[in-house]
Design a protein around this ligand. Sequence first.
Ligand code: GDP
Ligand code: MG
Length: 300
Amino acid sequence: MEKVYKSGFVSIVGRPNVGKSTLVNALVEDKVAIMSDKPQTTRNLIKAIYNDEESQIVFLDTPGMQSPRNKLGSYMQKASLSSMGGTDIIMFVVDESDYIGRKDKDIIEKIKMSNKPKFLVINKIDKIASDKLLEIIKMYGDLEIFDEIIPVSALKDKNHDRIIEVLKQYLPEGHPYYSQDMTTDQPTKVMIAEIIREKVLHYTDEEIPHGVMVEIDSLEEKKNNLINIQATIYVERENHKKIIIGKDGRKIKGIGVAARKELEDRFEARINIELWVKTKENWRDNESNIKNFGFNSREI
Ligand code: GDP
Ligand code: MG
């Protein structure tokens, strides 16, 4: 008997930092969404596309859902909520904590209303013993909301295939929505800007990361497999600029080298990166600025 082709959209929701982006990257076996231990790393709705012979699953990696503190925050929340509307399955990701906190309760309240299949993914199980995991599964099972509860470790490659298998059981029959060799719909420039932003996140602490935005000013493919990239890192305050540049420019240099290495692997080319740092005060609360940076609330 011939197998039917399944396709559909899965929106991934959950508190910041539970590992949504790490999981999505693992599922599609490509780095589509940048990851860090800083909350609010993911800002836009990112599509990560899984393909095999019998299915295409489009994961929507959403920014975390939390009370917005500025216009960018409102945009992020709107993107998360609207992503649940147009999808076939809702996947709620939590971490290994043994209680359901207020933020998780809020999200549960929101998804409860939906009549779509709801999966609970308990991530980071590499950090806990199996008896504790059983307690967590029971705690969520008792809510009687979830159609499936799947424990995984996004980082340690545990149970990824199981997620795909179970998702396929719930997905409708259909055709592929995207070309089957794609793993994301993000334009190359956005991808590059995100990788640079990820390196900035890794090199900075505290309040700086949240106010960082990267814009690609030019991207040129030269002969001899060489790509020239010029990018500007925007920060919200003048003193943040100094921190990112670092003593004798050491920090910005480190950021550039880390980004270059990753991009060279990704594009299998030699890469030149020139980075500038500029201040744009409070850009996250300025509608036209956040629009310029590509966050357009009309599009979500
Ligand atoms: P998001 O905000 O939900 O998208 O979370 P990220 O994917 O950016 O991950 C947040 C942090 O959790 C990163 O430091 C990850 O390395 C870490 N992390 C993600 N998955 C796992 C996992 O399965 N086990 C452990 N120990 N850490 C994880
Ligand atoms: Mg993320």
